[in-house]
Design a protein around this ligand. Structure first.
Ligand SMILES: *Cc1c(COP(=O)(O)O)cnc(C)c1O
Length: 241
């Protein structure tokens, strides 16, 4: 028999750690949304989390969300994984917020499909700040000398902001896999810095949300300004993928 995961205890601990991190940074914990990541997790466990007061959940694959979300319609669902353009049509009715808009072509496809059904879709733009080739997102290299990438990103942003059925709300990133959470801090600082630049350059748009921080690094992310943390294992236990 596998050991039963104590979601209530895990959740209490995560909330405490979130609140402590917020207080360390002089922030109000209530301005930070906990998105519980439910990939590979059974609906019964998600129900348990809902009963414990969780409302926001994240899935990274349309195929999995497609059957799971209709069983749990009372929750708010976040798309946090790479979205293929040919899955946009299916994704739109399922998700409340798409964190992972990682190309202009994807943004255009979401806009096209959303316009067709008269929807307006809240999104975050995913950026790859780590330079890791395996990560999705608009690439912005860690080196200042590669300023060209940032200019390219800004010109994509300019086009994305013209898409009438998309509502940009902020940015998302995945920190590099590191041994110590502290090593992820520069990545989170850079996301916040990028938001400041975007606020200056595109003041007409909303750049409020920073979706950053996972099980291994959410406290550092909160100290650096995360408004959404995406946490799976610390709540539901190790995944058996
Ligand atoms: C799986 C996943 C998470 C959560 O990871 P944990 O380490 O389980 O907290 C967060 N964000 C994305 C995009 C994910 O795919």
């Amino acid at each position: 028999m596998p050991e039963k995961v104590d979601i209530a205890a895990n959740l209490e601990r995560v909330r405490e750690r979130m609140a402590d991190a917020a207080h360390r940074a002089g922030r109000n914990p209530e301005e930070i949304t906990l998105v519980a990541v439910t990939k590979t997790i059974e609906p019964a466990m998600v129900k348990e989390a809902i009963a414990l007061g969780l409302r926001d959940f994240g899935e990274n694959r349309v195929q999995e969300a497609e059957w799971k979300v209709p069983l749990l319609p009372e929750a708010t669902w976040h798309m946090i994984g790479h979205l293929q353009r040919n899955k946009v049509k299916k994704a739109l009715p399922i998700f409340d917020l798409i964190h992972s808009v990682d190309s202009l072509r994807l943004a255009q496809e979401i806009d096209r499909r959303a316009t067709r059904i008269g929807a307006s879709v809240p999104v975050l733009l995913e950026v790859n700040l780590s330079g890791e080739a395996t990560k999705y997102g608009f690439r912005i290299a860690p080196r200042v000398t590669q300023g060209g990438e940032k200019e390219a990103f800004f010109s994509y942003v300019e086009e994305i902001l013209r898409l009438a059925s998309l509502q940009v709300r902020g940015l998302m990133t995945m920190a590099p896999l590191v041994a110590q959470p502290e090593e992820a801090r520069p990545c989170f600082q850079r996301l916040r810095g990028l938001r400041e630049e975007l606020e200056e350059r595109f003041p007409q748009a909303c750049w409020r949300d920073l979706s950053m921080g996972m099980t291994d690094d959410f406290e550092v992310a909160i100290e650096e300004g995360a408004t959404m943390v995406r946490i799976g294992r610390a709540i539901f236990g190790e995944r058996k993928e």
